[in-house]
Design a protein around this ligand. Structure first.
Ligand SMILES: Nc1ncnc2c1ncn2[C@@H]1O[C@H](COP(=O)(O)OP(=O)(O)OP(=O)(O)O)[C@@H](O)[C@H]1O
Ligand SMILES: NCC(=O)N[C@@H]1O[C@H](COP(=O)([O-])[O-])[C@@H](O)[C@H]1O
Ligand SMILES: [Mg+2]
Length: 387
């Protein structure tokens, strides 16, 4: 297969990850339509056209696809009416990585069943609940501490760590209140006491073997990523084990594009957690750490362009810049100060409004080792204030 350029690409979801993808796509002259639930979303600012719709509405999706006639649809978030994507695919539009893959990963339960039940991959012990009573019962089976998450959510929304029985009701209410769409189902997972958690960026190509980036280590708070670094210092045999699992899952999902495959690494085990069939937030470190970043890799894989070599450029890190309060008028201070240090870069996403913990930007750094890179990135991020 050889894909002619330019292509008309429709991004479903237009946040910071979509913005960097749109920039990569534009650099090869493609036409980008950015879609999201609110106006002036980051990717819309760099796209040829944009649409504001509910991506959970089949009618809204139909209207924008009819209007723009994209060659390729590229989901950027999980919460999309994925049944509609199956229909578009049947009508001959390419959906990345495949419509079935977006359907599997829209909810945590489907991808978990695929990995654990069908492919026999080691995951945390887990169960589901659709009422508080069920959650109480299933929590007892799984044991404490455990982690309760809505089956449809991302970036830690609605997620809590439950230490004992007295906290179950609070976790239920929090999960249901923060679930995306109309889902009332939660997953309970055994708490894994990992040494490190990693994202293995896995690039599945149309006509070439699957390739990998060097593993990315990360640290999360409230279920949301705070800093990431590359390379993650884990043993070669654990990397090979993670690659083997990533190949299994991504082969089952099919198609082409980058996947962020998440693992918990314990002293003896490599435990599959979940995956994004698209660039991963922790993979923003590749904006500084590689010759081709995760967005360029996604684009090349989608457009069947060669990836002759992925070069890791040395110890690098990213640290998030979070909002601390609600605001509709965003301005930043401290940018000059943060950029005064060598090998430090800042990306500000241009989100039009803020609320507590919303990710507004990211600081990137290179260092003589991972520890120094992390310190530089964290220090740079801390200098940026939202005023
Ligand atoms: N079973 C578990 N044991 C220990 N920690 C966990 C467990 N499940 C989740 N976590 C912690 O919470 C983080 C977020 O969980 P998870 O990746 O499932 O949520 P998410 O909302 O899909 O996040 P994202 O969309 O940003 O990838 C994990 O990266 C990990 O740090
Ligand atoms: N872990 C998934 C993730 O990082 N997704 C990224 O965050 C955006 C939503 O941000 P918002 O909630 O601030 O609008 C999404 O559009 C995507 O770029
Ligand atoms: Mg995750």
């Amino acid at each position: 297969m050889s894909i002619k350029l330019p292509q008309k690409l429709m991004l479903l979801g237009s946040g910071e990850l979509g913005k960097e993808f749109a920039i990569a796509a534009q650099r090869l002259g493609n036409y980008v339509v950015a879609v999201d639930r609110y106006a002036n979303a980051p990717a819309m600012q760099v796209a040829d056209a944009y649409e504001v719709i509910s991506m959970l509405s089949a009618d809204d999706l139909e209207a924008v696809v009819t209007k723009h006639q994209p060659d390729i649809i590229i989901p950027e978030i999980e919460a999309i009416r994925t049944e509609k994507l199956l229909e578009f695919e049947q009508r001959g539009i390419t959906v990345i990585p495949t419509a079935a893959a977006t359907n599997y990963t829209m909810n945590r339960d489907r991808i978990r069943e695929l990995a654990h039940q069908e492919l026999g991959i080691r995951t945390a012990k887990y169960g589901y609940a659709t009422t508080l009573e069920e959650l109480i019962a299933v929590s007892d089976e799984i044991g404490f501490g455990n982690v309760v998450k809505p089956v449809m959510s991302s970036s830690g929304k609605g997620q809590s760590v439950v230490q004992d029985k007295s906290e179950v009701e609070k976790a239920w209410n929090y999960a249901i209140a923060n679930s995306r769409g109309d889902s009332q189902k939660v997953i309970v997972e055994e708490f894994i006491n990992f040494e490190i958690e990693i994202t293995l960026l896995t690039i599945k190509q149309w006509n070439a073997p699957t390739i990998f980036c060097s593993p990315i280590g990360h640290r999360q708070e409230r279920g949301d990523y705070q800093e990431s670094w590359q390379p993650a210092l884990i043993s070669e045999d654990k990397i090979l084990k993670a690659q083997e699992i990533a190949i299994k899952v991504t082969d089952a999902l099919g198609g082409a594009g980058i996947f962020g495959v998440e693992f918990f690494i314990t002293k003896d085990e490599v435990i599959f957690s979940e995956l994004s069939p698209r660039p991963h937030d922790t993979g923003m470190v590749t904006l500084i750490s590689q010759n081709l970043n995760e967005f360029e890799l996604h684009l090349r894989a989608i457009l069947d362009l060669p990836i002759p070599h992925i070069e890791q450029l040395g110890a690098s890190a990213s640290a998030v810049i979070l909002a601390s309060q609600k605001s509709d008028s965003i301005a930043f201070s401290g940018v000059a100060d943060a950029l005064s240090e060598k090998d430090v870069d800042i990306k500000l996403f241009g989100k039009p409004s803020a609320h507590p913990y919303r990710r507004m930007g990211v600081a990137l750094a290179k260092g003589i080792n991972v520890q120094e890179a992390r310190e530089k990135a964290t220090k740079a991020a801390s200098k940026i204030q939202i005023i």
